[in-house]
Design a protein around this ligand. Sequence first.
Ligand code: HPA
Ligand SMILES: [Zn+2]
Length: 354
Amino acid sequence: MACMTPPPIARQHLPALLAAMPKAELHMHIEGSLEPEMIFALAQRNGVALPYASVDALRAAYAFTDLQSFLNIYYAGASVLLTEQDFHDMAWAYLQRAAADHVVRAEIFFDPQTHTARGVPMATVINGLARACDAAHEQLGVSAALILCFLRHLSEDEALATLAEALPYRQHFIGVGLDSSEVGHPPEKFSRVFAQARAHGLHVVAHAGEEGPPDYIWQALDVLHAERIDHGVQATRDAALMQRLARERIPLTVCPLSNQKLQVFPDLRQHPLKALLDAGLCATVNSDDPAYFGGYVGDNLQAVFAASDMDANHAWQLAANSFEASFAPEADKAVWRAQLADCFTQVARELPGS
Ligand code: HPA
Ligand SMILES: [Zn+2]
């Protein structure tokens, strides 16, 4: 259980522990898992012209100053996705990588409006992604589910049309989220579409407090009734909000390397993850857009621990929080919690000096 005390493990074994522990990843945009090599391979397969001469030239463009500077390149990269097989291959590559990081549960964001606006049918997007999720369960033992995100720089009417277009595929996604350019697009702009999604029994999450103010987090909770806050790191600026998040155990899906690369916390030593955990919040670690921000969930854990004095207790909390925060069935969570306890026991027994 989340409140169980893990066995003591020496600091030098933290990297091995972080790598080996089972974990859930709850904040990852599948279009952000497109590695430059795959962007070029899909461009060639589909005859799409790219404004970059080579993989290296594309990678060299990944020098971001803020969220918008990233989003411009991220949407350009997604333009190579045309067929159901493309969506399948992208998700399958991510899920294989996640399995190598001991991810046992992945709740995957996708941005249908990025694709339907280019004439790609909703069915192509969802069927390709869902086929990869099914294969991950069967072949990798990874439980994977999809969360449809609305682009907040577009109108609520467009989000409503997107939800209507996706509902025939309702069995293939478990929830809705809200992403893209945050500042100037507050959660309350999407109150009606989130109410509709909830009425359809969908889970609801929202990006809030990545670059935007704590007020956007309050709105996500009180207007959208978000069950999790994606990022949420600006909550540290509002003591009353911190108390509420802790008291209600509202999960924050934190993405350290994203925050670093988008200049939210350019120095990871200033990152508030440890402060969030120590204040009793249900914080988790995730990769956001791993192909763009320098790493997958395991890399995020290694980087944020290397930059702080967090210990094995924090590692345990992060893994336990990721299961608590997930929308998976309780029976699955019980299995993963037992695996987590086994993992800690094994590391404590096998590695010297623990
Ligand atoms: O970090 C993010 N923030 C908002 N929108 C996004 N879309 C992909 N990644 C992000
Ligand atoms: Zn995100």
